[in-house]
Every structure is written in C-alpha cells, then in structure tokens.
Design a protein around this ligand. Structure first.
Ligand code: ATP
Ligand code: MG
Length: 138
C-alpha cells in the first residue's frame, strides 16, 4: 500500500486537495487514525480541492457538516462520539451515501460495515511532532 509522509499540516492538506479531482458523486472517503493524526486537516484539503470556500470544522457534536457550493456537496461525518451503528443510521447516513455528493468520515473504522464496497480508506498515523504518515489501504 502506498504511504505518503507529511512533514507539516499544509502537506496533509495538499495531499487531500490532490484527491479532489478524482472524486465522483457518490464517492466515500473513510479516515482512520489516532487523535491529532490529521483527519480534520485532510477533510479541509478535500473541501478546498472541491472549491468549497467556507469553514471546515469537525462535526464532533453535531455529527454531520454539509459543505455546499463547491463542485459537488461534501458531507463530513465524525464517528468518534457515536456509540453504535443505530446512531449512525439515525443521522441518515444511508441517504447521504446514496446522494450526489461525496461523504468523508473521521473514525470510520468504528463502523466499517456501514460503508460501501467502493469506499477509499486512508490510515493516518503520528510519526513525529509534525510528521504524519498517510496510507491508502483496501
Ligand atoms: N503533518 C501534519 N499533518 C496534519 N496535522 C499536523 C501535522 N503536523 C502537525 N499537525 C497538527 O496536528 C493536529 C491535527 O489535528 P486534526 O484535528 O486534523 O486531527 P484529527 O485526526 O482530526 O483529530 P481528532 O481525532 O481529534 O478528530 C493539528 O493541530 C495540526 O496542526
Ligand atoms: Mg478530527
């Protein structure tokens, strides 16, 4: 699996920005990795790459943030505080997954069974003060 090293936050951002042109409506990006490994930074890059101009913050309490106005809608989930699959279904994830936008999910590995086969998985790890590794896995 390909691993990229990021030496600073802007490199994590740039990595995700570069993915944006390859995104298709209905696409799903699943992020996993410890606290502070850069998952939200990654989402900022995706949003930026899609041309979304607004603020990107982790939907830790609100469960979902919708970023509209870019090339296609980006739906940002964070499973960190979610305790079971039923809660995820209550948020309406199935509708978002079936929509014409892209879904990106932090802590996706908590409930992997809810995500479709075509999901692209990225594992982020802290490898130093400002160093992170980003590995795409299947
Ligand atoms: N190379 C790097 N890439 C990404 N973030 C970095 C890097 N170096 C340092 N950082 C810092 O690490 C933190 C990453 O925070 P971020 O909120 O993106 O992590 P997270 O994985 O979303 O955490 P959480 O699990 O709490 O949601 C930021 O404070 C950022 O400035
Ligand atoms: Mg986060």
């Amino acid at each position: 699996m390909a691993t990229t090293t990021s030496a600073k936050p802007s490199e994590t951002l740039a990595f995700a920005q570069k993915l944006a042109p390859a995104l298709q409506r209905g696409g799903v990006i699943a992020l996993s990795g410890e606290l502070g490994s850069g998952k939200t930074q990654f989402v900022k890059g995706l949003a930026d790459g899609l041309g979304y101009m607004g603020e990107v913050t982790s939907p830790t309490f609100t469960l979902i943030h919708e970023y509209l106005g870019g090339l296609m809608p980006l739906y940002h989930f964070d499973f960190y505080r979610i305790e079971n699959e039923d809660e995820v279904i209550d948020i309406g994830i199935e509708d978002y997954l079936a929509s014409d936008g892209v879904c990106v999910i932090e802590w996706a590995d908590k409930f992997p069974a809810l995500l479709p086969e075509h999901t692209r998985w990225f594992q982020l790890s802290i490898t130093g003060d400002n160093r992170r590794s980003i590995t795409e896995r299947k």
